[in-house]
Design a protein around this ligand. Structure first.
Ligand code: GUN
Length: 292
């Protein structure tokens, strides 16, 4: 008989609730000094998933006392017009964070658009100035999803120093930045990807596995060291149309020490860290004003 040993869940909903309480308190303190943190969200086109994401971002702002504006544009919007809107928001004193929802329509150069956002208002952390700041360990804005992964690890008081962290996925939005964040916390980091020769040999050595591929069942129970911490960044639909991550949750939870569920793990943390970044953008401005 095998004894089932379920791992501990890392609950992103509960952690978000806790963090958002503090965000609301800090936002109210700034508002009392006539600075209400403000986020501008730009959506171009009618991608259904993007519509849900931006609605959730705007709602999260309202729930925590942040000001937000949602600018929706048709798919036909030209690149120059979008760049002009960003330039105007860069100079808008009521806006501390600017987020351009991705993906953008194919006729718009996303890289050019992201580089047009002032790094001081780049609360998504996608500008090369912020990516560079993360690489050299300087203050800047960390991208929200990997930042949320780090907060989840912090919430279980996980000591990364000397541990082996394996990241699966090398995207600019999650894989690469989370690898740098783990490295900054003194983990030994291995980044695996679609061309990795023997993924299982890597993951079996891992104390922490972060999976950010965008494909179901990338990590199965036989690939996990007993007691390891597993963070699932994936957001997929299974054959029944139910939301699921990149990890075979049912199998892996029997082996792992800690695991994030999907939904309810990393997902809610992404928006929470967007609120944190927007709040920090406003706080930095308030401190700069107070010092001048
Ligand atoms: N599309 C999917 N995820 C994200 C995100 O974190 N930020 C932006 N701007 N667009 C996205």
């Amino acid at each position: 008989m095998t004894i089932s040993r379920n791992s501990h869940l890392m609950d992103g909903i509960a952690l978000s609730k806790h963090l958002r309480h503090d965000i609301a308190r800090r936002a109210a303190a700034l508002t009392a000094h006539d600075i209400t943190p403000g986020l501008a969200v730009i959506l171009v086109g009618d991608n259904p998933a993007s519509q849900v994401y931006v609605r959730n971002k705007v709602k999260a702002c309202a729930d925590t006392g942040l000001h937000s504006v949602l600018e929706k544009y048709p798919d036909s919007m030209g690149e120059a017009e979008l760049l002009a809107r960003i330039e105007a928001l860069n100079h808008d004193a009521s806006i501390h964070g600017i987020l351009v929802q991705l993906p953008l329509p194919a006729h718009i150069d996303a890289h050019k658009v992201l580089e047009a956002i002032s790094p001081a208002k780049d609360v998504d952390g996608f500008h090369v100035a912020n990516a560079g700041a993360l690489m050299v360990g300087q203050p800047g804005f960390w991208p929200c999803t990997p930042y949320g992964c780090m907060k989840l690890l912090e919430s279980i008081n996980y000591e990364l120093k000397g541990k082996h962290a394996v990241v699966i996925g090398r995207s600019n939005i999650v894989g690469k930045p989370v690898a740098l964040m783990l490295l900054q916390k003194n983990a030994t980091v291995t980044v695996c990807h679609s061309a990795t020769a023997n993924l299982k040999a890597m993951t079996l050595q891992a104390d922490v596995v972060v999976v950010a591929v965008g494909k179901r069942n990338v990590l199965t129970a036989d690939m996990v060291k007993p007691g390891a911490v597993v963070i699932d960044v994936g957001m997929n639909r299974n054959l029944e149309g139910k939301l699921c991550g990149d990890v075979d949750f049912t199998g892996v939870r029997e082996v792992a020490g800690f695991i994030t569920p999907v939904p309810g793990g990393v997902g809610p943390m992404t928006i929470t860290m967007l609120l944190v970044n927007t709040l920090e953008a406003a706080e930095r401005l308030a401190h700069a004003k107070a010092a001048s």
